[in-house]
Write a protein that binds this ligand. Structure first.
Ligand code: HEC
Ligand code: HEC
Length: 394
């Protein structure tokens, strides 16, 4: 039953059908008596006609016959919009729409450091987005490209400047506002478990993502100990902030909008450089098709080594901890189409082709499955994890 109707039960009716234990409790207090009880997180709602008002009593003025007005907590949990003008950039910490309190019982300030962000990133994001945001098979890179390269046309390799980098859009090179980054991460990531991050965790992740994009705030480099909060967030200027169409919505002087546009269009650099190739473009060697890593502005070589996870629980399967750290984000649920551990049928289909083919597919990657799940490990270790996953799915 998902429609919450306006059910009006009288006290006598309630007593009359007192077989239901929960209704009996309510009737003992008298149907219309207010009872404080938490039904929506920590928020307490009045009871009216033996129903929690916010849930059951449809008191909407409009003539809808079903549904109800969302509760404050529900609105707070969904209302995470963060706008370029600073609207919604949080000052205090919240998680799941609820205020996070500090040890002193007061609202905790929302903030997070680059270092905390790096830890969160490795635990919750790296398996898809790659070490240091370098991107994985099918999952977007979170670094790379330059603002200048965005205007490059994919050029005829025989053109005058064949080594030009093709456009590469990433948070750092393309996104005009950091508010989008905060909002996107908090609203949609990590992909299998969206809306699970607190404001502070989101600040930490944003700080980390800006740091690997070598973006400075107010001239300061985002080193590990840099702590991002609302005040500093509002000072962020993204490299491509002016990279979109000029302001044409000039309300005071509509003519100014036209002037802005004319100026923009008169500079060919604004909409592309190089000769666009429309026909027979691939001739001979193609120097522009370099591997993505070389195109990155990002200098430090991404590490390929990760600390091997040591499971704390000695009685657990030796591969359980490793599985949880490296594979469960994708294999713990059906969000991206990975066979879910524990789902006997799904794994029966996978193993039908023979275990050697399964190992091979996992090691080389297949569709949304990055090679070895995007991790650096020996084939033998990988196969052991697969064995554990299969054992747990019998
Ligand atoms: C299970 C895989 C997975 C995990 C884990 C994951 N993401 Fe994503 N992420 C995706 C996919 C898929 C997209 C593209 C979604 C789309 O375009 O609709 C994406 C897109 C993004 C983007 C937008 C990139 C762009 O340029 O469009 C950002 C930013 C991002 N993720 C951040 C994060 C952060 C931060 C975390 C960890 C808290 C995380 N992701 C965890 C799969 C994942
Ligand atoms: C980024 C998400 C992701 C991660 C991380 C990941 N997997 Fe997968 N995996 C997938 C998806 C998606 C598939 C289904 C691929 C397909 O379409 O057949 C898959 C399929 C597999 C398969 C079946 C291959 C076949 O023959 O069909 C195995 C085995 C496997 N994964 C093992 C692992 C192991 C072990 C790990 C951890 C070391 C891991 N995966 C981490 C996404 C992931």
């Amino acid at each position: 039953m998902c429609i919450l109707e306006n059910i009006k039960l009288k006290a006598t009716t309630v007593v009359g059908i007192s077989l239901s234990a929960s209704l009996m409790i309510t009737s003992a207090f008298g149907a219309d008596k207010k009872i404080d009880r938490a039904v929506d997180g920590g928020v307490k709602y009045d009871v009216k006609n033996s129903k929690y008002t916010s849930y059951y009593v449809n008191d909407q003025k409009a003539k809808f016959s079903h549904g109800r007005i969302p509760t404050k907590t529900e609105i707070a949990a969904w209302n995470v919009d963060v706008m370029p003008d600073g609207t919604g950039v949080p000052e205090f910490d919240m998680k799941h729409g609820k205020v996070v309190l500090g040890d002193d019982g007061k609202s905790k300030k929302a903030q997070g450091s680059v270092e905390q962000g790096a830890e969160l990133y490795d635990a919750k994001c790296g398996m898809c987005h790659g070490d240091f945001g370098s991107g994985g098979k099918g999952y977007p890179a979170l670094t790379g490209g330059t603002v200048g390269s965005l205007k490059n046309q994919l050029m005829n390799p025989a053109d005058e400047n064949p080594n030009m980098d093709p456009p590469q859009r990433s948070i750092g090179s393309y996104w005009p506002y950091a508010s989008t980054l905060f909002w996107y991460v908090q609203d949609a990531m990590p992909f299998p478990n969206p809306k699970s991050l607190s404001n502070s965790e989101t600040y930490a992740l944003v700080a980390y993502l800006l740091s690997i994009n070598t973006i400075k705030i107010d001239g300061k480099e985002l080193t590990d100990d840099y702590v991002l909060d609302r005040e500093k967030f509002l000072k962020i200027k993204m490299p491509n902030a002016n990279g979109f169409y000029p302001d044409v919505d000039t309300k005071k002087d509509p003519k100014q909008g036209v002037k802005n546009m004319t100026k923009f269009m008169s500079d060919p650099k604004n909409y592309g450089t190089g000769t666009k190739c429309m026909k027979d473009c691939i001739k001979g060697k193609i120097p522009v098709l370099k591997i993505a890593n070389e195109l990155n502005d990002f200098q430090p070589t991404p590490s390929t080594k990760r600390d091997w996870f040591v499971p704390e629980n000695k009685s657990a399967h030796p591969m359980q901890g490793v599985y949880e750290e490296k594979c469960s984000a994708c294999h713990g649920n059906a969000a991206i189409g990975a066979p879910v551990v524990g789902d006997k049928d799904a794994w029966a289909k996978v193993t039908a082709k023979g275990i050697d083919a399964v190992y091979k597919n996992g090691i080389n990657g297949i569709n949304g499955m990055p090679p070895k799940g995007g991790h650096d490990m020996s084939d033998a270790d990988f196969n052991k994890i697969v064995d554990y996953m299969l054992e747990s799915s019998k």
